[in-house]
Design a protein around this ligand. Structure first.
Ligand SMILES: Cc1cc2nc3c(=O)[nH]c(=O)nc-3n(C[C@H](O)[C@H](O)[C@H](O)COP(=O)(O)OP(=O)(O)OC[C@H]3O[C@@H](n4cnc5c(N)ncnc54)[C@H](O)[C@@H]3O)c2cc1C
Length: 238
């Protein structure tokens, strides 16, 4: 019996497992196992919608058993701690899984670009837990600001800075532009007190997009009073 293990049920792992199923569905000598620490696939690309309170976390979770119900892929929920390549073994806290072929698709980690203090003080948007943390932090800041009478402290509580003006950074800002207005109303705060900023190392936001789209996004954000701090933001011509 040939055993193929796919590690991680993200976009990569699911796509690999589906293709393997297609190729080996009639092969009784091949077993396909998909291991993930969660029972669901998370639509990572939509996390900003949870962070910005537009959708419920459950709307971004897809049950793995459902995805693979009519396939020969066996879904196993477990958190892998190491891989023994010499003995072809995937190891978790309580189990060992032997394999003949291994597909590693465990995802990646956020990069902090050696910026001092970023990891300790910043919030990442990399998982459902992260998105929920950001959402709760924003609500918490509005709650505190509504009770704060010192104008300087209020200003600090109501200033939100997004690090990075790539797709995810601008997507989350788009959410914040809308949601902070709703929160301001809810907590009896003047929306003009809320400050949104984006800091981008390149000389424009969305640097991989054509200039016409950069211009459009910049115009929209400026219309909503978002501070765009790029490398040469003083010279920004849009
Ligand atoms: C907020 C956000 C927005 C994005 N937007 C876009 C976009 O618009 N377009 C685009 O192309 N890309 C986007 N990306 C990037 C895209 O999501 C990633 O490139 C993609 O998710 C990578 O897929 P993957 O399968 O390699 O890993 P992941 O999707 O991260 O999946 C890894 C899987 O491995 C599992 N896992 C990890 N460690 C273990 C372990 N020890 N044991 C068991 N299971 C484990 C995890 O639970 C997870 O299910 C975005 C990413 C984020 C965070």
């Amino acid at each position: 019996m040939r055993k193929i293990i796919v590690l991680g049920a993200g976009y990569g792992g699911i796509s690999a497992a589906k293709r393997l199923h297609k190729k080996f569905k009639k092969d009784d000598n091949t077993e396909i196992i998909l291991i993930d620490k969660n029972p669901h696939h998370t639509l990572l690309t939509e996390l900003h919608e949870v962070a910005g309170n537009r959708v419920k976390p459950t709307s971004l979770l897809i049950d793995l058993e459902r995805i693979f119900k009519y396939t020969k892929v066996k879904v196993v929920r477990d958190e892998v701690t190491s891989i023994n390549f010499e003995e072809n073994k995937v190891v978790s806290k309580n189990n060992n899984y032997n394999y003949d072929y291994l597909v590693i698709a465990c995802g990646s980690e956020p990069a902090y670009f050696n910026i001092p203090g970023l990891e300790e003080n910043g919030y990442t948007l990399w998982s459902m837990q992260d998105a929920t943390k950001i959402k709760n932090q924003i609500i918490n800041m509005f709650e505190q600001a509504s009770r704060e009478t010192n104008p300087q402290k209020r200003k600090e509580l109501l200033t939100f800075v997004v690090g990075g003006g790539g797709f995810t950074g601008i997507e989350i800002l788009g959410e914040l532009v809308k949601w902070t207005k709703v929160l301001a109303k809810e907590y009896g705060i003047n929306p003009d007190e809320v400050q949104l900023k984006v800091v981008e190392a390149a000389d424009k936001i969305l640097p991989t997009l054509p200039d016409s789209l950069v211009k459009k996004a910049t115009k929209y954000l400026k219309k909503h009073k978002v501070d765009i701090l790029t490398k040469n933001y003083d010279h920004l011509c849009f």
